[in-house]
Design a protein around this ligand. Structure first.
Ligand code: FE2
Length: 414
């Protein structure tokens, strides 16, 4: 059955107002399209491709208080130490229930694509087992990619390398790593070599927690970028965080940005999380802790935003609302001129999809799956200015949810 969504405004397509869907795919997009059996009025609202959250820790969610919520330094390294203790008591049932709740929080706010890092520095690989089940069980509602991620180090944790490889053999989509957490620079370098070797051996994507520190000497992204450029797999690679790149000097940064552009590597910035965790050893001036998002956009280097944490040992807040992430991100990185705002939604939509290599199944184009969200505004500018709410999420032409616009018993008279 053909279905028409009409009276809409489409992001990045001013010419169209209607979309026809058949068998879950977009078959036409334009104006004055032929009549269909079912027609759905979108009341002139803005339609976007679904939000993408390309970096989330679904195994850690809602454990922020599990050790009494003891936060002293509020640093990344304290978070890793807290998780080391908290994870000892998790069960499969508990892990699955928590992850499911977090996915529901994200999906109910317009997310349909999630990349999650799952800690494999656990000989039982409990988190990986849970997430592989959920990826399969929920695939019609949400697309999940899994990173085999050694939270306590590929080498700092005994057997970490083997566990990462085991996670890949079980079915993870990406190789992860955390070179800045290894015990020496040389070992961090070794882990970056291992990550690239594993990706080539198992034909996987790469997503590295890379340089998540204010230390400007943490420059593992340089080696990662060089190795993936040599192998021609830059577009399959993401460097998450790269906070230190916000602290390095310009001479180094601009040399590196030329190389990032050449390799096609992707960057993922986690604005709320890193604004919270970084700058902890600074007095004043205090660093913002984010990578160079504005400059990446100017240089044509792909960069996107992510939630990272939902109430976990690193960060007490987070709720899967990507509009909140975008709002924080564009403030912290000063990507908020009128011209920049017109394309700012790319940071939580298209750019994330490109990072996750989803381009063949993502976007408001004929032939793609009819996946989109409807937000409660009529223009991109107003949607961002008002931190817009998602009214509906559509997956393969069917509503995942639909919300009524708020109604006021006593309407305000303007
Ligand atoms: Fe992370």
């Amino acid at each position: 059955m053909r279905k028409k969504f009409f009276n809409a405004k489409f992001y990045r397509n001013d010419a169209a107002t209607e979309m026809v869907v058949e068998d879950g795919k977009i078959i036409q997009i334009g104006t004055n399209l032929p009549k269909c059996e079912e027609e759905i009025d979108l009341n002139g609202k803005l339609v976007l491709p679904p939000y993408v959250d390309p970096h989330l820790h679904l195994d850690y969610v809602y454990t922020g208080r599990n050790d009494g919520g003891k936060i002293n330094s509020g640093t990344l390294f304290e978070g890793i130490a807290r998780w080391h203790n908290i994870k000892k008591s998790q069960t499969k049932e508990d892990a699955k229930e928590r992850a499911l709740t977090a996915i529901q929080e994200e999906v109910s706010q317009g997310v349909q694509f999630i990349r999650t890092h799952i800690d494999v520095t656990d000989p039982k690989l409990l988190g990986m087992e849970v997430m592989l089940e959920l990826r399969e069980e929920l695939k019609d509602l949400v697309t999940i990619q899994i990173v085999s991620f050694p939270q306590e180090g590929m080498y700092a944790y005994k057997g970490g390398y083997e566990l990462v490889e085991e996670g890949l053999k079980m079915g993870a989509d990406c190789v992860g790593g955390i070179p800045h957490f290894e015990w020496a620079r040389e070992i961090g370098d070794k882990s970056v070599h291992s990550i690239v070797e594993l990706a080539l051996k198992h034909d996987k994507m790469i997503d590295v927690h890379c340089d998540e520190t204010d230390d400007p000497m943490s420059r593992f992204v340089e080696l990662l970028n060089a190795l993936v450029m040599i192998e021609g797999i830059g577009p399959k690679t993401a460097a998450s965080h790269t906070c230190s790149f916000g602290s390095v000097d310009n001479a180094y940064a601009f040399r590196m940005m030329g190389l990032f552009k050449a390799s096609g590597i992707n960057f993922i910035s986690c604005p709320t999380e890193n604004a919270y965790l970084q700058g902890r050893q600074d007095t004043y001036p205090k660093r913002r802790g984010l990578t160079r998002v504005k400059e990446f956009l100017q240089e044509g280097i792909n960069v996107c935003f992510a939630q990272d944490s939902i109430n976990d040992p690193w960060y007490p807040l987070g709720n899967g609302n990507m509009m909140n992430i975008l709002d924080n991100g564009i403030h912290l990185t000063q990507v908020a001129s009128f011209a920049e705002l017109e394309t700012a939604f790319n940071l939580i939509t298209y750019n994330g999809a490109k990072t996750m290599m989803l381009e063949d199944q993502y976007g408001l184009d004929v032939g793609k799956p009819a996946n989109f969200i409807v937000v409660n505004e009529f223009s991109v500018f107003e949607a961002i200015r008002k931190r817009v709410e998602v009214l509906a999420s559509v997956r393969k032409g069917e509503f995942l949810f639909r919300r009524r616009e708020p109604e006021y018993e006593i309407p305000l008279i303007l």
